[in-house]
Ligand binder design. Structure first.
Ligand code: AVI
Length: 366
């Protein structure tokens, strides 16, 4: 693994095929602070991005292939089928040629059809896992040699500005946030994240975002606790990471995995539940768990289209259009910044969006 510099230093990591990588991964001290804060919460809850070390990223990809977890397959198919229309709406009236910025890009498996249809000036992928981002950026650059690719390893939810880089200068930015990862943030944090995206992308920008919707409890619980045990392995991998990176002594056998639908909060709560009373050492401190006490590894909130659009409106975005899969399980929402008529590059965006929206204010285009 590459050495991690402190969060405030930007280091260009040379990569072949001209895909460039910047490493802004949180420093070990930040990681320790966040874990200590999370362990002190009631219930204990750690930041979800900690799940994505090299092994966690591999396991998350495997989750996407489980029959119970349809989100990845359905959204990928929707993006492939609708790419020309999506990109037309995304980039309409935007000049000069924009840069596409993907948040939480993972293995970059969803962006291909958008790159082909949009032909952006550059593609910038932000993700927490450097181990995954490096090879994925290089492979994508090979497949799309005409679009310069820049990978930024970072916690995008804690980024105050995009790092200075020639590819990001003087061009409008279009955001892409697929996978319903917004659901992994509590509602106030989710709203703050949408506002952050508006600031990072700049005035006049647009955002295409994938959002999973509430559905039958049994389906959701199976999606997050698949029969092959991959979701459980994904959660248990967190304990291994804590043991390795923060001198922990968690015994995975002393915990069981649980994924439960919390109807009052419209979310799945994923937790490792202590099988018995025990004390664990982590980051030089002792932590007691009572029997049955959960360590929340992640929440996955689901939003109806209306609830999501209300959240977006509170966070400075205006809903322009929605596309969904045939079963209306999930949506791709196109948002534009609420008050701005100016693109980030300084060019005026003529009649931003309104006259491009269908007469139905929130048309569904399955
Ligand atoms: C990344 N995120 C949207 C996934 C989800 O569906 O909430 C994470 C996940 N965790 C377990 N399974 C999937």
């Amino acid at each position: 693994m590459l050495p991690r510099p402190p969060a405030d230093r930007t280091v260009a990591v040379p990569a072949p095929q001209h895909a460039e990588l910047l490493d802004l991964h949180p420093a070990p001290a930040d990681l320790e602070r966040l874990v200590l804060e999370g362990m002190a919460r009631q219930p204990r809850q750690l930041p979800a991005w900690l799940l994505y070390d090299a092994e966690g990223s591999r396991l998350f990809e495997a989750i996407g292939q489980q029959p119970e977890y349809g989100l990845t397959r359905q959204e990928t198919a929707l993006l492939r089928e609708r790419a020309p229309e999506l990109t037309r709406s995304l980039a309409e009236g935007i000049t000069p040629t924009p840069v596409l910025v993907e948040f939480g890009a993972g293995n970059l498996s969803k962006v291909g059809p958008l790159l082909e249809a949009l032909q952006p000036a550059a593609y910038v992928a932000l993700d927490i896992s450097l181990d995954q981002l490096g090879p994925s950026c290089r492979a994508l650059q090979e497949r799309h040699p005409a679009v310069p690719v820049l990978g930024i390893c970072c916690d995008y939810a804690d980024l105050d500005q995009l790092p200075p880089h020639s590819l990001l200068e003087g061009r409008p930015l279009l955001g892409f946030y697929p996978g319903s990862s917004l659901g992994n943030f509590d509602p106030p944090q989710a709203g703050a994240l949408l506002s952050r995206f508006a600031r990072l992308l700049g005035p006049g920008s647009r955002l295409l975002i994938g959002i999973d919707q509430p559905k039958q409890q049994e389906r959701l619980e199976a999606a997050y606790d698949d029969a092959a045990g991959v979701s459980a392995a994904f959660a248990f991998n967190l304990l291994r990471r804590l043991n390795r990176e923060l001198a922990g002594d968690f015994d995975p056998a002393a915990f069981s995995y649980s994924a439960r639908w919390e109807a009052n909060a419209n979310r799945i709560a994923m937790a490792l539940v202590s099988r018995h009373a025990q004390t664990v050492t982590l980051a030089g401190r002792r932590w007691s768990f009572t029997a049955g006490e959960p360590l929340i590894t992640e929440y996955s909130a689901k939003y109806t289209p209306e609830a999501f659009q209300a959240l977006a409106a509170e966070s400075g975005w205006r809903a322009i259009r929605r596309w969904c899969d045939g079963a209306d399980d999930l949506s791709l929402h196109l948002l534009a910044q609420a008050d701005s008529q100016m693109s980030r590059a300084g060019g005026e965006t003529p009649e931003p969006m309104q006259h491009h929206a269908d007469p139905d204010p929130l048309p569904n285009a399955p």
